[in-house]
Design a protein around this ligand. Structure first.
Ligand code: NDP
Length: 251
């Protein structure tokens, strides 16, 4: 956990960073933080109006001009991911980081009642989509001399919890994929691959999962950005295959 990390203003200068689920919650804040530290950010998500709002905020802040990439992980095909890689190569010629952040909660429900279609949907958005997107983007990432691949996990992706169903299983899959990939590239100095658990954070997803909770007791997305910046930028060079937490556990 690097909650006290202080990123220098030019930390990500010249880098191109893709953030999925950049229209809301933690992804929105991460996209703005990366741009504010000099990165050209590619805003990927399924609701274009939200991405446009983030785009406008980044422009208004005077950060490098971002780009919008509309994509819905449900229904996205291998061809979509390969077309994306081609477009990024053509437009930017490089990719120095991916924050896999888009996520779907599904429903908290006893497994006996879990709807199979919803299970598939959650696995697709949280695990399978990001896997195939990663395969398509790897050649571009490997041509960067300092790429960071960050997968978003959850505490229920490290220890299972009753009723969390496909969400928990998809996060275990994410952790597993991160470890497999990190080991495959452990001797490649140009890429590091880690998972990041944001911890309880004040967003719509958290509100849906814990409707009775007072959100004022939770950290905001902006509070956890130090760890997000550290892991994306050069100060985490050499760190790979690790399960990182963005905030200390709550007492
Ligand atoms: P939000 O629900 O606020 O944001 C999720 C983002 O993912 C939204 O931008 C959403 O787009 C996007 N998304 C959802 N489905 C798709 C899809 N099919 N295709 C493309 N984009 C999609 O959640 P958080 O910001 O809270 O969560 C961000 C990440 O952090 C998730 O991976 C979550 O699992 C994880 N996390 C969050 C915690 C918390 O306490 N908040 C705790 C632990 C983990 P749209 O806005 O269009 O719906």
């Amino acid at each position: 956990c690097k909650i006290d990390y202080q990123a220098r203003p030019d930390l990500l200068n010249g880098r191109v960073i893709l953030v999925t689920g950049a229209g809301d919650g933690i992804g929105r804040e991460a996209a703005k933080a990366y741009a504010a530290h000099g990165a050209t950010v590619i805003l990927l998500g399924r609701t274009v109006a939200k991405l446009e709002a983030v785009y406008d905020e980044i422009e208004a802040a005077g950060s490098p001009q971002p780009a919008i990439f509309p994509l819905n992980f449900e229904g996205a095909t291998l061809k979509d991911f390969h077309d994306m890689a081609e477009t990024l190569d053509k437009e930017f010629g490089r990719l120095d980081g991916v924050l896999h952040n888009a996520g779907l909660l599904g429903r908290l429900t006893p497994f006996e009642q879990y709807d199979p279609a919803l299970w598939e949907q959650v696995m697709q958005v949280n695990a399978n989509g990001p896997v195939w997107m990663t395969q398509a983007l790897l050649p571009l990432l490997l041509s960067s001399d300092d790429a960071s691949l960050v997968f978003t996990s959850s505490s229920v992706g490290r220890k299972g919890r009753a009723y969390w169903g496909a969400y928990a299983v998809s996060k275990f899959a994410t952790e597993g994929f991160m470890q497999v990939l990190a080991e495959e590239f452990v001797n490649h100095p140009g890429i590091r691959i880690n998972s990041l658990n944001p911890g309880a954070t004040r967003t719509q997803m958290r509100k849906t999962a814990y409707p009775g909770e007072d959100p004022n007791g939770l950290r905001r997305p902006s509070d956890i950005m130090p760890t997000y910046l550290w892991l994306m930028g050069p100060d985490s060079r050499g760190v790979t295959g690790q399960q990182i937490d963005a905030q200390p556990p709550r007492s």
